[in-house]
Design a protein around this ligand. Structure first.
Ligand code: FEO
Ligand code: CA
Ligand code: CA
Length: 697
């Protein structure tokens, strides 16, 4: 049976600069600007807590790897187009699946001809689908903001324009404005060499640094839908439009608010922080606010030398962007507590442009990829959050307060405190197959599944009157500010980069993307185990977690690896038991989202298979469980972020397009989205069906 979606052969791949020696297929430029070259430094987690294989429950399950009794026969080979004109700025013929019959043999919501892997410098979508750029870096959104002029950019202009490197996206309803919604975005980081002509990394100017401050943070912009399609356009100068930057005031809430660890010379109260940084993914709360993870914040702070700095990835010496030269708070030697004020989950009320955004300390301080909310049966929110570094952990916070359903100001104010009182837990996983069955090859164990059970270990509890530590030798304040150290002591399970995590609104099962970990199983590092079964894990996996009794507040759970990513022809891959000759190849799952049918959508960050990053949909239940299909691919150098799947449209962040080794404003690797002669610009794209029907229906 012919595989539907051939990989790009290695001889054809790589010209776009993606498949290099950098972990997860990322370019050196990405490593430098996105996470401060984290992969080239010693992994910060050197704790010696046990791994999954140390504890064996003994029960060996006998499930078949092929769950679906009714195996779908392969359709005729999808029209994979040609693969493809290569090289800089090459635009390929549409590499789309043709067969309608193929597209129909999928779960509802996923009935489209899959896009083949490719390296075209554009967003490639299935046949019959259209797309538009909703908003780009630099587009004016606030009153008085000028049109984007890259040759005369200023910090003041940038503060009124859409930020750089949009990542997480949320769309919230605007009931009184027909056809309009509120788009909230993260602006994770800046790529100075792609933003400024003649950028001198050793000597950035104050204006360049202040532009970067204004290009970080969050954005709120009203968008309007076209009546007949899923096209979306921004509504500039709307009264709700807003920019939050690296200098906007935040209020600190929860158990570490006012802590000595958070006090600085500029803020002796330890409750007011300027700015949010490195906002990667996030979540939309059922009470109508947005959550945003502060992720690789270590890279902004110079001269980090303490043990706690090291555990958080801070390094001695200057930073890449040299912000410490322009504001001493970025110099740990001068302002030792400033880094303790970043690394939280932040919450924004996008409906109130005057509101002060909040940093929630009760969800702990680590490299939060994001945070996603489930509700307990009695209406309390549970926030799940991954700590995105190699060998780090994943967590959940269970609130002790109930959400109010009303939308009055008092209700909204109450709901903005839900994430301040409750218990923070870290996950410990146990495999159900003997440790000897995990040699790092990724071979399925005899029971046919990478699976087992788990415990949520309490770290600390915050109440209205104070906080209680559950970790011997650490105060509650220490647990909330130095959460990684508390989790080390608790014996949490070291995972392969826990990224986005999302509960299914249909089944309550929780899905966690584990992006990759090329150090798994190396000498001196944690070995392969049932939850992280591949040594030098280049392609990552997706874990499915089932809370005991279906209650998000449970302290016990079951888990299994739903996907073990890679080339389906690679025996060390697994697609929920679905026949592997009928799925798309995938590498480095990162962000996850659900559509209204309950299908899981996965975007990727890095690709070790030679293709550009992309977005994929997969059913998690029923006969098509595990049938992974690629919906779109990214332009050169870009990562797919912030997927949002509405019935009419799919929204994605095209993050860091053109971020390829050696690229600069003068030597662009990509000119997406506006074409030759224009600056490459991170943007939001909407994709819809040209015939006006719902996506994948
Ligand atoms: Fe910003 Fe975890 O990727
Ligand atoms: Ca097993
Ligand atoms: Ca991410």
């Amino acid at each position: 049976m012919r595989k539907l979606l051939p990989l790009i052969t290695s001889s054809k791949a790589g010209k776009a600069g993606k498949a290099g020696s950098h972990p997860g297929g990322r370019s050196a430029l990405t490593c430098r600007f996105r996470c401060g070259d984290a992969c080239f430094h010693e992994v910060p987690n050197t704790s010696d807590n046990e791994y999954v294989g140390d504890v064996i429950s003994g029960a060996v399950s006998r499930r078949s790897i092929v769950r679906a009794a009714a195996v779908v026969t392969a359709a005729t080979a999808a029209g994979t187009g040609a693969v493809l004109a290569q090289g800089e700025n090459a635009v390929a013929a549409p590499p789309v699946g043709r067969g309608k019959e193929h597209g129909m043999r999928s779960a509802r919501g996923l009935r489209f001809g899959p896009v083949a892997p490719n390296t075209a410098d554009r967003v490639t979508v299935p046949e019959g689908y259209g797309q538009n750029v909703v908003i780009r870096w630099g587009d004016p959104i606030l009153r008085g903001a000028p049109e984007f002029d890259p040759d005369h950019q200023t910090a003041k202009a940038q503060a009124g324009q859409f930020g750089y490197n949009n990542d997480f996206l949320s769309l919230l309803p605007l009931e009184r404005e027909h056809g309009r919604q509120l788009l909230v975005s993260n602006h994770e980081y800046t790529d100075e060499v792609l933003m400024f002509k003649d950028y001198d990394a050793d000597n950035p100017t104050r204006e360049q640094v202040e532009i970067a401050w204004a290009a970080h943070g969050l954005g709120v912009v009203v968008v309007e839908g076209e009546r007949r399609t899923g096209e979306l356009t921004a509504v500039p100068r709307h009264r709700l439009n807003r920019r939050i930057t690296a200098t906007t005031e935040f209020r600190v809430q929860g158990p570490a608010a006012g802590s000595d660890f958070l006090k600085t010379s500029a803020d002796p109260t330890g409750t007011k922080v300027l700015g949010t940084l490195n906002n990667c993914s996030g979540g939309t709360t059922p009470w109508g606010t947005t959550l945003h993870g502060e992720e690789n914040v270590d890279q902004y702070f110079a001269n980090g030398t303490r043990a706690t700095d090291k555990r958080y990835g801070l390094k001695p010496g200057a930073t890449e962007r040299k912000w410490e030269r322009f504001d001493k708070r970025f110099d740990v030697a001068q302002e030792p507590n400033e880094p303790h004020r970043f690394g939280y989950v932040v919450e924004l009320d996008p409906y109130d442009p005057e509101s002060t955004p909040v940093k929630h300390t009760a969800i702990g301080r680590f490299k939060h990829e994001g945070a996603s909310i489930a509700l307990t049966p009695d209406g309390r929110p549970v926030a799940y959050s991954g700590d995105d570094s190699r060998f780090e952990y994943f967590y959940k916070f269970v609130s002790s307060k109930r959400m109010r359903r009303g939308t009055s100001r008092a209700d909204r104010e109450h709901n903005m405190t839900l994430l301040d009182e409750g218990t923070l837990y870290v996950a410990k996983l146990t495999g159900d197959s003997p440790a000897a069955e995990f040699d790092g090859s990724g071979k399925l164990p005899a029971d046919g599944e990478f699976d087992g059970s788990g415990t949520w270990i309490p770290l600390a509890t915050a109440t209205a009157d104070g906080a209680e530590s559950h970790i011997e030798g650490m105060s509650a304040e220490e647990v909330f500010v130095f959460t990684r150290l508390a989790a080390d002591k608790a014996g949490a399970t070291k995972m392969d980069r826990p990224e986005d995590i999302e509960p299914s609104p249909r089944t309550g099962k929780v899905y966690l993307a584990l992006t990759n970990n090329v150090e798994r199983g190396l000498d001196g590092k944690a070995p392969a185990d049932e939850a992280n079964p591949r040594k030098v894990n280049k392609h990552g996996s997706v874990l499915e977690l089932t809370e005991q009794g279906g209650n998000a507040a449970a302290t016990k759970f079951g888990w299994l690896l739903f996907l073990v990513a890679g080339d389906p022809e690679d025996p060390a891959t697994y697609f929920g038991g679905f026949p592997k000759d009928q799925v798309s190849p995938i590498s480095c799952p990162d962000n996850v989202a659900f559509d209204s049918y309950g299908n899981l959508w996965i975007s990727t960050d890095g690709n070790e298979l030679g293709s550009h990053d992309g977005l994929f949909g997969v059913a998690t239940v029923g006969r098509y469980r595990g049938q992974l299909k690629q919906f779109l691919t990214m332009p050169i150098g870009a990562e797919t972020c912030g997927p949002l799947v509405q019935d009419r449209r799919v929204l994605v962040s095209v993050q860091h397009p053109g971020e390829v080794d050696g690229a600069s404003v003068e030597k662009p690797a990509s000119t997406w989205p506006d074409g030759p002669g224009t600056l490459v610009r991170p943007s939001v794209v909407s994709v819809w069906r040209e015939d006006g029907a719902d996506v994948g229906a």
